[in-house]
Write a protein that binds this ligand. Sequence first.
Ligand code: SER
Length: 315
Amino acid sequence: MKRRILIIGASGQIGTELTSFLRQQYGPDQVIASDIRKSAIIPEVDGPFEVLDATDKEALLALLIKHDIGHVYLMAAMLSATGELHPMKAWDLNMSTLFNVLNLAKDGYIDRIFWPSSIAVFGPTTPREQTPQHTIMEPSTVYGISKQTGERWCAYYFAKYGVDVRSLRYPGLISYKTPPGGGTTDYAIDIYHKALNEGTYSCFLSAETTLPMMYMDDAIRATITLMEAPSDQVKIRSSYNLAGMSFDPVAIAASIQKHLPDFTMTYAPDFRQAIADSWPKSIDDSHAQNDWGWAAQFDLETTTKVMLASLKSQY
Ligand code: SER
C-alpha cells in the first residue's frame, strides 16, 4: 500500500484547500490533516485530523509512524506582517518546524517534503521587474529571512543527505474559502469581502503598489505538479520562482468595478507598505515552466469573477 500524506498547518489558508484537493485525488483516509488546533472551517472533503504542534519533534515522529506517512506538506508558518510584530516567535516557528521535518527525512521517516517559500525572500536590492530565479536576495522582513535561510537548508539537505525536498516561492495567494493568515498581500482578499459587504475599501497599500499574485487553484495545481514530478525534473532544490499575475490596487479595484460599478476605494498605507515596497513587482518563472511544465491559468479578470461569485453567497 502507498504510504500516506501528512499536511501540517491544514487549517490555514493554503492547508485547507490542499487537504480537500489531495483527499479528492488520493482518497480521504490517505490524507492526514494536522494543525495546532482544529479549526472551525472543515475541509470540503472530511477525513482524519490530528492536533499537532510541529515544533515538537517527538510528537511529529509519533504521527509519522502511527499513520505510515510518506509525503509531508509543511504549511505552518508565521507570515510577513504578523512576523514583524513577533520577530523571534516567527523565526523560531518557521525554522524549528522546517528542521524537524528535514531531520526526520534525513533519518528515513519521510520520503518527500513540500515546503513553501515566498516572494519575501527578495529584498530592496533585488531587480523588481521579472525578478530572475538566481539574483540578489537581501530580505528585510523576519519572514523573508526565515524563508531565504530555509531555502539554503533545503538545498543543503538535498545535496548532503539526499532529502527529497521540493519548494515554491509563492506570490500573494488569493482565495475565498478561508481567511488569509497575516500577510502583506492580504489586501487582495480583503477587498472582495469589503466590496460585497460595504461597497468601499480602505487599502493598506498605496495605489501604485504592484505585487505578484496568484489565484489559489493555480497555487494548488503548481504544488501538486511539483510534488508529483519525477525527481530528475526537479532541478532546483532551494525553491522555484512561480508567477501568476501582477497588479496594483488600482487595477484590482477597476476589475471589481466592472461587476460592482458603485465600488469605491480609499488609501491608508500602514507598516505593510514598506514590506510591499521591498518585494518584486513581477516574477520570471521560466525554470518552473521548463523543468516541470508550469503554466498559470488565472488572470485578474477571471480571479475577480470567481471571487465575487463565490463570496456573494456568504453575504
Ligand atoms: N503572502 C505572503 C505575505 O504577504 C507572502 O508570502 O506574507
